[in-house]
Design a protein around this ligand. Structure first.
Ligand code: TXA
Ligand code: MG
Length: 347
């Protein structure tokens, strides 16, 4: 992506002034603010309608910035950074003393990643060159640039639709090539215990094992104490406003037909060819490989959500490990869909 220099300069000036800038990453669009400026970080929470105890990921220009933000960094963190950064892997590490609790949701850990999108990297590097904001920390905090609990944006227009005037500038880098959020790996468990996979993504447990020799423990749900440490781990995340139901490939045609007979309008997200799509109000067919499917999933869900259907039917996907990250997002979309009011009350 050719970085448009005047736009990057404007973005840097806005971040320095404590304002919000949305930017593309290889996963989804992020809503960025200077991570060392608690007032600016507060604006992210206000714009998203996100509860203050949900920690944010800090984006860094390069691995070399890791020790400004984390302490007691284990060797495996450097190995993983070397292998996967820039890229869609977020590492949870013990936070450095300077890291504000506005970022960490009051926890003793911090989420860090170096994104791979050329425009995100250009922004991060320009920000660092310009002094790196408050205390020269050079971190940009950025959750996905959607309202809390909704579908993450994978195109600049999605950000505009979600957040409108709440964001000063949206850098347009086209469609995000990965399309679902980064893998989150918690490296804070004591030495000898495996790292914990809090959110599945493009970087798989097996790829992690190949680098560090240990398979992460797959958790990905709220802590035992009930604290939603990963906001994406709330069951109701990544959800459209239209109710959504998963249906096996064998039962899809029948389910569409049944809805039609009962006078309900349905939208359909499928992977295989449908014998007859006449009964569906809107139909999206996604690629049959997991990467292609992930890349287009959120845009398709957004479209179908706008189809004024009573129900979105989603054809179930394979249960193999290659589909784990997509399966996770679909499960949460099904759990959260149509629950706009409830989410609004909670936030
Ligand atoms: O791909 C991504 O990760 C995108 C792009 C913009 O980088 N960002 C993203 O941010 O998905 P967000 O805030 O929507 O999801 C990040 C998750 C949050 O659910 C948050 O709870 C979790 O990371 N997280 C951040 N710091 C954490 C920490 N210290 N411990 C546990 N989870 C943490
Ligand atoms: Mg999010």
């Amino acid at each position: 992506m050719p970085a448009n220099v005047p736009e990057i300069d404007r973005a840097v000036a806005l971040l320095q002034a404590g304002e919000l800038v949305a930017f593309p990453t290889e996963t989804v669009y992020g809503l960025g603010a200077d991570a060392a400026n608690p007032t600016a970080v507060g604006r992210i929470f206000a714009a998203k309608g996100r509860p203050a105890d949900h920690p944010l990921i800090v984006h860094l220009p390069a691995d070399g910035y890791l020790d400004r933000w984390a302490r007691e960094i284990p060797a495996v963190a450097w190995e993983l950074a070397e292998a996967f950064w820039p890229g869609p892997l977020t590492l949870i590490l013990k936070r450095a003393p300077a890291v504000s609790s506005a970022i960490t949701g009051g926890q003793d850990s911090v989420g860090l990643r170096v994104p791979a999108h050329p425009l995100a990297l250009a922004l991060l590097r320009a920000y660092a060159r310009a002094g790196g904001g408050v205390d020269g920390m050079s971190g940009i905090a950025a959750p996905s640039a959607n309202r809390f609990g909704r579908i993450s944006p994978t195109e600049a227009t999605h950000v505009r639709d979600e957040l409108g005037d709440a964001v000063g500038l949206i850098l347009d880098g086209g469609r995000c090539p990965v399309g679902i959020e980064s893998t989150i790996l918690d490296l804070t468990p004591a030495a000898g215990l495996p790292p914990r996979l809090l959110r599945p993504g493009r970087v798989t447990p097996e790829q992690i094992r190949m680098v560090i020799g240990v398979l992460p423990e797959i958790v990905g749900h709220p802590g035992d104490d009930g604290t939603p440490r990963v906001s994406g781990s709330l069951a109701a995340h990544y959800a459209p406003t239209t109710p959504l139901r998963l249906v096996t490939p064998e039962r899809l045609t029948e389910a569409i037909e049944r809805l039609r007979c009962s006078g309900q309008r349905c939208a359909v997200l499928c992977r295989n060819e449908l014998p007859d799509d006449g009964a569906a109000l809107a139909l999206r067919r996604l690629p049959s490989d997991p990467r292609g499917y992930a890349r287009t999933l959120y845009a398709a869900l957004r479209d179908l959500d706008h189809a004024a259907a009573d129900l979105i039917l989603v054809e179930e996907i394979p249960t193999t490990p290659a589909w784990a990250a997509v399966a996770d997002r679909l499960r949460r979309a099904a759990a959260g869909a149509g629950r706009r009011m409830e989410l609004a009350r909670r936030s």
